[in-house]
Design a binder for this molecule. Structure first.
Ligand code: NDP
Length: 331
């Protein structure tokens, strides 16, 4: 699927174009893959803009790419065998021929291969490093997570609960509030679309906020900053509310500086890739957590390659619970 036009604001049908392509046979060192699952992620919106960022912009007329789990149909390398399940950042195609160096074999630990893009994949790693390496919650502290029912948020909250923190999630619907409190063990949920987030937060966080795991940006933060406790930590993971601003539209809110001074809080932006040297340990931790039943998760799966646009744009209107994926084929 090609990226056909840079969106101004929310991506729409003009952003995407489905095309047919011919595939060559895999040459030396290459594999032929059948795509099983595609990950649609909020950061892809940043790559649709041609503004300078940490990831290169998508090229108009070239395939979209992102997290893909695929199965090897034919291999021209000793490293991978027919039937192996692999993961990589790959073009969004139903089938593809790639160098074996661009993919890595994944162990699914008895889970669906989709897990390699969710609870045993990038979003869970992001939650792990943001919460455990930057947020560093302690027993008895108050932790607030925005985007709490999403791919990152569903894991971030559970990790904070595991260390004995009191955890509050901010979500966009009643269904999500029930999910995080009943399934994930969050202590309280705030529905930001019901309004007066500041009042809801004050009530839910009588002891102030020690860690704010920031996934959404925008004016939700304005309700957070006045409640930050001394030496609070704010891992800044994402700001999805700003990703679809139109050209020239400004993202303004209450100024944070005065609150950082008062609380001596630390706000730290990060990318999951900053922690690459710790991936192995984090994967092992997450896999054990899933096996032991200490980490639970949801995936919202759209069926069929043609569902990519709908699945992607749905991230910005809150259609997903847990990790949003597209299923392309069975293994
Ligand atoms: P999610 O699965 O959380 O999906 C996005 C969710 O964001 C939606 O379901 C919606 O939930 C919420 N949302 C959408 N628009 C708004 C808005 N205007 N205000 C508040 N909430 C909104 O996505 P991910 O878990 O994959 O990503 C979460 C965040 O983490 C994103 O900002 C992403 O960019 C960032 N990220 C950062 C990484 C890093 O390395 N720093 C790596 C991966 C992700 P609701 O119904 O609750 O509104």
């Amino acid at each position: 699927m090609d990226f056909s036009k840079r969106p101004n604001g929310m991506p729409d049908e003009q952003t995407f174009q489905f095309t047919d392509i011919e595939l060559d046979k895999p040459e030396n060192g290459e594999v032929l893959l059948k795509t099983l699952y595609i990950s649609v992620d909020p950061y892809m919106r940043g790559r649709m803009s041609n503004k300078k960022s940490y990831a290169a912009p998508f090229e108009v007329g070239k395939p979209l790419e992102g997290g893909v789990v695929a199965q090897v149909l034919a291999s021209n390398t000793a490293e991978l065998q027919k039937g192996d399940i692999v993961r990589g950042t790959l073009p969004f195609q139903t089938h593809l021929v790639v160098s074996a160096e661009n993919v890595s074999k994944v162990e699914t630990n008895g889970l669906s291969p989709s897990a390699a893009l969710s609870v045993l994949g990038m979003p869970a790693l992001t939650a792990y490093f943001g919460m455990m390496h930057i947020g560093k919650p302690q027993k008895g502290e108050t932790v607030v997570v925005s985007g709490a029912a999403g791919a990152v948020g569903q894991i971030a909250g559970q990790l904070a609960k595991q260390v004995g923190a009191y955890v509050v999630g901010i979500v966009g619907s009643e269904e999500k509030a029930a999910y995080i409190t009943e399934k994930l063990g969050y202590d309280a949920a705030i529905e930001y679309k019901k309004g007066d987030v500041a009042k809801q937060l004050e009530e839910a966080c009588p002891n102030g906020i020690d860690v704010y795991y920031e996934n959404v940006g925008g004016d939700i933060g304005d309700a957070i900053w006045p409640l930050l406790n001394t030496f609070a930590r704010v891992p800044v993971c994402g700001a999805i509310s700003s990703y679809n601003l139109k050209e020239g539209e400004k993202d303004i809110g209450l100024r944070v500086q005065q609150f950082l001074i008062k609380s001596r809080a630390t706000m730290q932006g990060f990318l999951v890739g900053d922690f690459a040297e710790h991936y192995k340990d984090a994967y092992a931790f997450l896999a054990k957590g899933v096996t032991d039943g200490k980490i639970v998760f949801e995936e919202t799966i759209h069926d069929g390659f043609h569902a990519i646009p709908e699945a992607f744009t749905g991230l910005f209107t809150g259609q997903n619970i847990g990790k949003q994926l597209v299923k392309v084929a069975d293994a």
